[in-house]
Design a protein around this ligand. Structure first.
Ligand SMILES: Nc1nc2c(c(=O)[nH]1)N[C@H]1C(S)=C(S)[C@@H](COP(=O)(O)OP(=O)(O)OC[C@H]3O[C@@H](n4cnc5c(=O)[nH]c(N)nc54)[C@H](O)[C@@H]3O)O[C@H]1N2
Ligand SMILES: Nc1nc2c(c(=O)[nH]1)N[C@H]1C(S)=C(S)[C@@H](COP(=O)(O)OP(=O)(O)OC[C@H]3O[C@@H](n4cnc5c(=O)[nH]c(N)nc54)[C@H](O)[C@@H]3O)O[C@H]1N2
Ligand SMILES: [Mo]
Length: 747
């Protein structure tokens, strides 16, 4: 395994300890998590999982774990877990209509129905849909493409999670970038090449809670202990904001204006890295001109942040010498997210915080999960039918997904063609991603045949599925941790079995072999994993013993031609530079420099609405206990978050005559949802934050009974419906107007 660095293990990956059988593995979904911490699973002689511990040998998390991982046994053996395939008659849609069938029967049925749809309407009439990124993209992409459908998608309006940042970075710099927290070195903070960033700029992200996008929250505290200072851009006073040198309490949805305002300060005061800009950036003058439209007083007026705070943060950042941008979902969940990501990204680019220790780096990857597995199966003819390609030019440039918003339109209008079936795996969109759950249900229920692959019955499965296939948690399967900036080769090692549940990858392999055996030549899941790992020179079984295996890494790759496939120095863009003026956006018919657009509904764009709906509502800030719509059935986690909350300033609550713990309606012209008030001084008087993903498995699940309360509890009822940004990327999930009203008796 040339160049790979290994960690020394005291024991093999399976061993016995104190009468228990221990398996060393990676905690990569499900149940919900993106990240893949190193864990030790302990099973008893009956093959039952009894406890989970963090693996102290794993450099990624060094033995630390969050409460969701520790509660794993309550998920694995949850009485609500579905453990056999189920089918349901279309005319008997109710909760009681499910019948257990064998895997062979389920797979036969799906094969027959999907094949019939394909023959009659074309393979493209079946979209393959996943939820958030975890151990799914490689398998579902290959399944979709080997079936012949170009319509693989993450069904969220504007694909507004991660993809806008990834797409934006790839378009303007040729790569995706992460902050250097030493995660690429097995010896971590002790690696002699590494230094802590002087400043970490945490932007629209709460890493301690979210652990998202390949980033483990503890690293933030680790670098703070080693001297890193913080700038935090967040409307709420998070744990990190409280400890930051600079907390910029931004009005939700105005991030691009803040970034442009900061760029203007840095440019006018000459604080940027002139050498780096001269040598490695393209279009600096055009960027400077775009930022000049946002002098700091204007930025202050838009963002509700005092001008002197913007100036101080901009100066601190630009003069720090090293810095990383730790950005998050709030950058994506705004309609014009691409220009927002571009403006925020320019802050590290013009300061030259690039490919140096403690700066932004391109993460080495084994298999980029957004890249897909099986792209060679996508023919030109197939791709020409990908939904949204004609409308959103950016989808032409290498992002192999269909547009969620255009898929909704196809469902509703039959344009560009009718859809007839669906394969939904790892998504509960009626509770989570759909911006108008009623409208979404109406659209998807028109399909002739729908398959759902999940761990639990969900509102989405209950409303739409004809067949339910039960998937495994990570404790029950073999797999590999790939993509998402995973700088290491890591295996997922099976520890226990539950019912007839199968790994997602195994389900794809078995289904794929029926649809298109040539595209799935492997005899087992492990063979398929070994094929992917060929680049590491090890088979899956060999990697199980030695993982994690760290990919080779060095700084300054742009200076040595290591970031471009042609080996030229520079970046993998048309100009070979970081494009502050984007040739890519220009070619796609988009504005080549960043800009700010007010949310369609806001105190500034619709002041008359703001009188009637006097709060700016942001949604979905993560909490310790829940992963999106998951964990509502898990006792220890539900105890931490028994009800959906709305965070509110005590003064606002007092004015409304509501108090902590009281149920209220949040409402606007589009809809309403119920929330429990949680007063906090860490939020502005005119800003609210409401949880997302809510349903209650203990409520009746039948469609006429409200699908587990999803329509009353889902904050997405208040969001604008399927209105993405100009590029097709980005949608307003975190900035709308609303008002608050007490729930009356009987409501
Ligand atoms: N208002 C608002 N809405 C939001 C957000 C917000 O901030 N505000 N956040 C959005 C974001 S960023 C995202 S990514 C989406 C998430 O949306 P989803 O990905 O749809 O949400 P989840 O609830 O995590 O997962 C959906 C289903 O996958 C199942 N599952 C979990 N692990 C596995 C597995 O390994 N295999 C299989 N087959 N199934 C599994 C779960 O049981 C669950 O039913 O929600 C979005 N919705
Ligand atoms: N426990 C838990 N962890 C998760 C998830 C989960 O559901 N639960 N979901 C996973 C997924 S799919 C994702 S995408 C990530 C997301 O995780 P993050 O990227 O951290 O996103 P959020 O928690 O939605 O929001 C982060 C911060 O942005 C702030 N914010 C809200 N609106 C704005 C705004 O307009 N501008 C700015 N600058 N800040 C704003 C919020 O107050 C919050 O503190 O988390 C992942 N990890
Ligand atoms: Mo996400």
């Amino acid at each position: 395994m040339s160049g790979y660095q290994l960690v020394e293990h005291e024991k093999p990956f399976r061993y016995d300890e104190d009468g228990l059988h221990v398996t060393r593995t990676s905690a990569w979904s499900g149940p919900g998590c993106h990240i893949g911490c190193g864990v030790l699973l302990y099973a008893d002689d009956d093959g039952k999982l009894v406890k989970v511990e963090g693996d102290p040998e794993n450099p990624f998390n060094k033995g630390r774990l969050c409460n969701r991982c520790l509660a794993l046994p309550e998920v694995v053996y949850n009485p609500d877990r579905i453990t056999t395939p189920l089918v349901r008659d279309r005319v008997r849609r109710g909760e009681d209509a499910w019948e257990q069938v064998s895997w062979a029967e389920a797979i036969d049925l799906i094969y027959e129905r999907f094949t019939a749809i394909k023959e009659r309407y074309g393979a493209w009439s079946i979209p393959f849909v996943q939820g958030t990124g975890r151990d799914i993209a490689p398998w579902i992409t290959r399944l979709a493409w080997s079936f012949g459908s170009p319509n693989y998608l993450f069904f969220m309006s504007g694909m507004a999670c991660y993809l806008p940042r990834v797409a934006g970075c790839a378009a303007t710099t040729g790569s995706f970038w992460v902050g250097d927290f030493s995660q690429q070195f097995p010896d971590r903070y002790d690696n002699p090449a590494w230094t802590p960033p002087a400043y970490v700029m945490v932007w629209g992200n709460n890493p301690l809670v979210a652990n998202s996008d390949g980033f483990y929250g503890h690293w933030m505290v680790d670098v703070m202990r080693r001297g890193s200072k913080l700038i935090v851009v967040d409307p709420r006073l998070t744990w990190l904001a409280y400890r930051a040198e600079h907390w910029l309490q931004i009005r939700p949805g105005t991030d691009a204006a803040l970034a442009l305002g900061m760029i203007d300060v840095i440019v006018k005061e000459g604080l940027f890295d002139a050498d780096f800009v001269e040598r490695w950036c393209y279009g600096f003058d055009e960027l400077a001109a775009a930022a000049a439209a946002y002098p700091v007083d204007k930025a202050s007026e838009i963002t509700w942040i005092p001008a002197e705070k913007i100036i101080a943060a901009a100066r601190a950042w630009a003069t720090a010498g090293t810095g990383v941008l730790q950005w998050g979902l709030a950058v994506d969940t705004t309609k014009e997210s691409l220009p927002a990501a571009q403006a925020i990204g320019a802050l590290w680019q013009i300061c030259g915080y690039c490919e140096k220790p403690g700066c932004m780096i391109v993460p080495p990857e084994i298999l980029a999960y957004s890249g897909g597995f099986g792209r060679e199966l996508v023919t030109e003819e197939m791709d020409a039918r990908r939904i949204g390609l004609d409308k959103y030019a950016l989808l032409k440039f290498g992002f192999q997904v269909a547009s969620s918003d255009e898929v909704m339109k196809a469902l509703e209008t039959g344009e560009p063609y009718e859809l007839h079936g669906a394969w939904l795996q790892t998504t509960n969109f009626l509770a989570c991603t759909a911006t108008d759950p009623d409208r979404t249900l109406e659209a998807w229920r028109k399909l002739d045949f729908t398959v759902v692959v999940d761990l639990f019955m969900t509102p989405t499965a209950m409303a739409l599925a004809d067949v339910f296939l039960p998937a495994c948690t990570y404790a029950e399967r073999n797999g590999i941790r790939v993509g998402d900036g995973a700088q290491r080769g890591e295996t997922i090692n099976k520890a226990v079995s539950v019912g007839q549940c199968k790994p997602d990858a195994q389900i794809a392999l078995e289904m794929g072999k029926r649809f298109n055996p040539d595209a799935w030549p492997w005899n087992s899941l492990e063979d398929m994993l070994s094929h992917i790992l060929e680049c590491t020179g090890r088979s899956f079984e060999e990697l199980q013993e030695i993982a994690p295996a760290y990919l080779p890494f060095e700084y300054g790759r742009h200076e040595r031609g290591l970031l471009r496939p042609d080996g030229q120095v520079g970046f993998n863009t048309q100009t070979g530079r970081i494009e502050l003026w984007s040739t890519f956006y220009h070619a796609a018919g988009l504005n080549p420099v960043p800009y700010f657009e007010e949310p369609a509904e806001s105190p500034l764009s619709t002041p008359e609405q703001f009188v009637r709906y006097p709060f700016v509502l942001t949604t979905g800030a993560r909490n310790w206990f829940m992963f999106h719509s998951e964990h509502r059935q898990v006792p220890h986690l539900r105890a931490g978050r028994p009800n959906p909350v709305v965070e509110m300033h005590p003064k606002a609550a007092a004015e409304l005559g509501v108090h902590d713990g009281e149920w209220v309606w949040l409402e606007n012209e589009r809809g309403r949802c119920k929330r429990v008030v949680e007063c906090t001084e860490g939020i502005g008087e005119h800003v609210l934050m409401a949880d997302h993903g809510w349903w209650m498995p203990e409520l009746p699940g039948g469609e006429e009974d409200g699908l587990y309360g999803v329509f009353e509890l889902n904050v997405n009822k208040l969001l604008p419906s399927y209105a993405p940004g100009k590029s097709g990327f980005g949608a307003n999930y975190k900035a709308v107007l609303c008002r608050v009203r007490k729930v009356e008796d009987g409501e």
